[in-house]
Design a protein around this ligand. Structure first.
Ligand SMILES: Nc1nc2c(ncn2[C@@H]2O[C@H](COP(=O)(O)OP(=O)(O)O)[C@@H](O)[C@H]2O)c(=O)[nH]1
Ligand SMILES: [Mg+2]
Length: 349
């Protein structure tokens, strides 16, 4: 082997090493890029509940913080002002009085004299109240292996039923479930169309009846079709109705009975959607709907735009019906499980 050969082989080795070096660097760069991309995607988390509930926080805990900062002494007068804030934050009179009573007992027993401690005591009382008989486990997402799992939605006009159904359909769909929407709000053609738009957005199927069709028959036919197609979840939209109109409430009971004819243990969930911005009226709505169709839970919609979020506490304390879902906006992803700890933190921290 002469010198030229050796130089040639050495040059070859250097070139190959150089190329390998470049390949390794390119790979490293692309995996770094992938990592940053992944981070960016995971940073695009949903807006925190704290931001969504900012108005409630300001009008409720914000005012309490102001009160406490102005007056150090914890006396009767301060408790009266606190009572007024709680009532104005839509906790309702009964709930407010019960909370103030607990608070006074605690203050007396532990000889608390400085107003700065009020916020923490109140937070504990509210948390305890909300946690009573509560489990975060949003059970209907497990579907208990029932097929179809039927959820009937009811509520007065404009509270957010159709929107909630659209959002919930998307959540089930994302969990790999087949979903069928039944437009049993046959009163207005526009209502059927509105649900159909949500079905498109959530990419789920829908039964669209003729406007004016009998809602109970629509439900019946829809469920038969769901069984034939082996659908996992059926969400039934109904026309808005005032809880005081007896004939409309009877129509709703009839729909509920019709469901049982096709799906004997259905509807597995009967959810009342209430508009958080209506405040205390939500409680009488829930009471009367519950008499007609035995509610299994509440959906509290429009919690985002309101300062009346304290209604969550009032509803929980006065009714024995769990708040299962909360609506915090108008888009597809704005429906959340009602998580007590998250709610308390969003309001108090
Ligand atoms: N900000 C906000 N608006 C909502 C929410 N849910 C529903 N809406 C709005 O409330 C209005 C009535 O909703 P819709 O679903 O048609 O009510 P329905 O008559 O009960 O079916 C619509 O403009 C919705 O966009 C929510 O959680 N937050
Ligand atoms: Mg509707």
């Amino acid at each position: 082997m002469d010198l030229n050969h050796v130089i040639f082989i050495l040059a070859g080795i250097i070139v190959i090493a150089f190329i390998i070096g470049i390949i390794i660097r390119v790979k490293k760069r692309s995996s770094e890029l992938e990592k940053t991309l992944k981070n960016e995607i995971s940073e695009k988390e949903p807006v925190s509940l704290k931001i969504k509930l900012a108005k409630t926080k300001n009008s409720f805990i914000g005012r309490i913080a102001d009160l406490v900062s102005q007056r150090e002494k914890l006396d009767e007068e301060l408790l009266e002002d606190l009572e007024e804030i709680l009532i104005q934050a839509d906790l309702g009179v009964k709930t407010t009085l019960d909370i103030i009573k607990k608070l006074s007992e605690k203050i007396r027993n532990e000889r608390i004299s400085n107003s700065s401690e009020i916020k923490q005591i109140l937070e504990n009382i509210v948390r305890e109240l909300l946690l009573k008989d509560y489990s975060l486990d949003s059970d209907f997402f497990h579907l208990q292996n029932k097929k179809p799992f039927v959820i009937l939605f009811a509520g007065v006009n404009g509270v957010g039923k159709t929107t909630t159904i659209g959002k919930l359909a998307k959540r089930f769909k994302d969990k790999g479930k087949s979903v069928l929407l039944i437009a049993a709000d046959t009163f207005r053609a526009a209502a059927i169309e509105q649900l159909s738009i949500w079905a498109d957005r959530a990419k789920v199927s829908i039964i669209k009846p003729q406007p004016g069709a009998d809602p109970a028959s629509v439900v019946y036919d829809g469920l038969i079709s769901a069984i034939n197609k082996k659908i996992d979840v059926v969400l039934i939209d109904t026309a808005g109705r005032q809880h005081t109109k007896i004939n409309l409430m009877n129509e709703l009971s009839k729909m509920s009975r019709t469901i049982k004819k096709v799906v004997p243990d259905g509807p597995q969930e009967t959810l009342l959607v209430v508009d958080a911005t209506t405040g205390q009226n939500a409680i009488s709505q829930a009471e009367m709907f519950n008499e007609a169709i035995n509610l299994t839970g509440l959906v509290l919609a429009k919690l985002d735009g309101t300062a009346k979020g304290g209604i969550v506490i009032g509803i929980k304390h006065q009714l024995n019906i769990p708040v299962k879902l909360i609506g915090v906006g108008e888009s597809l992803d704005d429906l959340r499980d009602f998580d007590v700890e998250e709610f308390v933190k969003a309001i108090f921290e």
